[in-house]
Design a binder for this molecule. Structure first.
Ligand SMILES: *Cc1c(COP(=O)(O)O)cnc(C)c1O
Length: 458
């Protein structure tokens, strides 16, 4: 098996290559040439496994050529040793809703689940052995902290984290900026997450710069992230034991929900995947109208979803356009030249076979947090709340699992405002966020970021 690009099917890359590169040459995203489909008997066998063994079976399919299965299992086991519960995730009932809590890792959001594995893969694949690598990552608040926890103090690795200045929560920022390690650099960009992501993509597409600094990336455009996230869709299906399962997924960059789509391709009997967005609803618009047109990002109370360029959507387009790389390239050209593209009716119908999409605004999100607290004495974070809201709004679907993406402590200010409650620091948080913060504010420009990085590497 090898990997090609959504914009060029003739490319052939290994898992190690795509792991290191993140973005395909020419700007496309990597996809595997084969996706394993489990039959009923195989699904039965998988259903008996614990989380680590299940993760090993699933992830192995995407990296067989480079990693031996026993080694992979050891690596995954080690990756999840810092999690609060042995089974990594936790499925619980909140009223008639099934909630999959994914925030038991060291930085309290689902990003830890993939990032802890990725941190160890850098060592296993011996990527930074001969030459220091420099990882550059854009964050809307949670990817950065998860990457810091996973890569902190690793030998021969530097990590540059770009977050949008003043546009993430205080706790999100402090988890990143109080780390005090010499290999971690926090950059507050005077712009939005989309600006940060754009800069990172531009740096990747700059061959000269990329090779000069030996650059690597861990954003959700990195296929390895998606692969690790497929596991919990299977896991919750086996726990819930109901066919026609649906997932309601708080969505920004379309990475997490795309992992659910791949799970379906692998034979998991998922009925619908529900895209829950906040007021930055480009995905809700494209799925319901066919028009993909980024607007200006509006700050919301769920900042990790304040995204208007949902990169991983390109990976869905590849499949719904009949695996046609030319068509994907044309749409992406339209997007960069005209600022939008439009899907035809049959493509929209195809997407709607697997997806529903709902926008939940800030007022409703607050009301949901309040109601869940009033009714069940249970606190959810504003991102997870959009998942609850979307699950309620869509009629006629059963067996919905809401993906709980972040611990409410990360958004303590809004939780306090809505419920009056002060939340305790969860025991699994690995950072002492009362230490002194350190970050640099940089203009929204790729040349400024480049010189910042060169300067630090001197
Ligand atoms: C990253 C994130 C999301 C969005 O996930 P995508 O994979 O970008 O769609 C939702 N909620 C929280 C808390 C996040 O950190």
């Amino acid at each position: 098996m090898n990997y090609f690009s959504t914009r060029d099917k003739s490319l052939k890359f290994s898992f190690k290559d795509i792991f290191l590169r993140g973005l395909a040459p020419g700007g496309g995203l990597f996809l595997p040439s084969e996706i394993k489909r489990f039959d009923q008997e195989e699904l039965n066998n998988l259903s008996k496994l614990n989380y680590v063994d299940l993760a090993t079976e699933i992830i192995f399919n995407f990296c067989k050529e480079e990693i031996n299965k026993e080694q992979l299992k050891i690596l995954i086991d080690k990756s999840y040793s810092s999690f609060k519960n042995k089974e990594v995730v936790n499925l619980k009932k909140v009223g008639d809703i099934n909630l999959l809590e994914l925030y038991n890792g060291p930085t309290l959001a689902f990003k830890d689940i993939a990032m802890q594995v990725i941190g160890n893969l850098y060592d296993y694949l011996k990527i930074a052995q001969k030459k220091t690598i420099n990882i550059v990552v854009a964050t809307s608040g949670d990817t950065g902290s998860a990457a810091i926890a996973a890569l902190n103090n690793r030998e021969n690795i530097n990590l540059f984290v770009l977050h949008p200045h003043n546009k993430i929560s205080n706790v999100q920022r402090k988890i990143m900026t109080t780390i005090g390690s010499s290999n971690i650099f926090n950059i507050a960009i005077k712009g939005t997450f989309d600006d940060c992501q754009k800069i990172v993509k531009e740096l990747f597409n700059d061959d000269d710069f990329r090779s000069k600094i030996n650059m690597s990336g861990v954003n959700s455009i990195n296929w390895a992230r998606i692969v690790c996230q497929i596991v919990y869709y299977f896991y919750s299906f086996f726990k819930l034991k109901k066919d026609n399962i649906c997932f309601s997924v708080p969505t920004g960059n379309f990475g997490d929900i795309y992992a659910g789509y791949i799970a379906k391709k692998m034979g998991l009997p998922i009925n619908k995947l529900i895209v829950a967005t906040n007021k930055n609803n480009i995905l809700e618009r494209v799925i319901n109208t066919g028009e993909y047109k980024p607007h200006k990002v509006k700050p919301s109370i769920s900042p990790s979803m304040d995204i208007q360029v949902a990169s991983n959507f390109e990976r869905l387009l590849f499949y719904v356009l009949g695996e046609n790389d030319q068509k994907v390239s044309l749409l992406m050209d339209d997007l960069s030249k005209k600022g939008f593209f439009k899907l035809d009716q049959s493509t929209i119908q195809d997407i709607k076979k697997d997806f529903e999409a709902v926008k939940i605004n800030d007022e409703d999100t607050q009301l949901i947090i309040k109601n869940i607290n009033d009714e069940f004495n249970f606190i959810i974070d504003p991102h997870t709340a959009t998942g609850f809201g979307a699950a309620k709004k869509i009629k006629g679907l059963e067996n919905i699992v809401v993906i709980g993406t972040a611990h409410p402590y990360k958004f303590g200010d809004i939780v306090k405002k809505v419920t009056g409650k002060n939340l305790q620091v969860p025991s699994n948080l690995k950072m002492d966020i009362d230490k002194k913060e350190k970050f640099d504010i940089v203009e929204n420009s790729n040349s400024q970021v480049k010189s910042y990085i060169f300067d630090k590497l001197k």
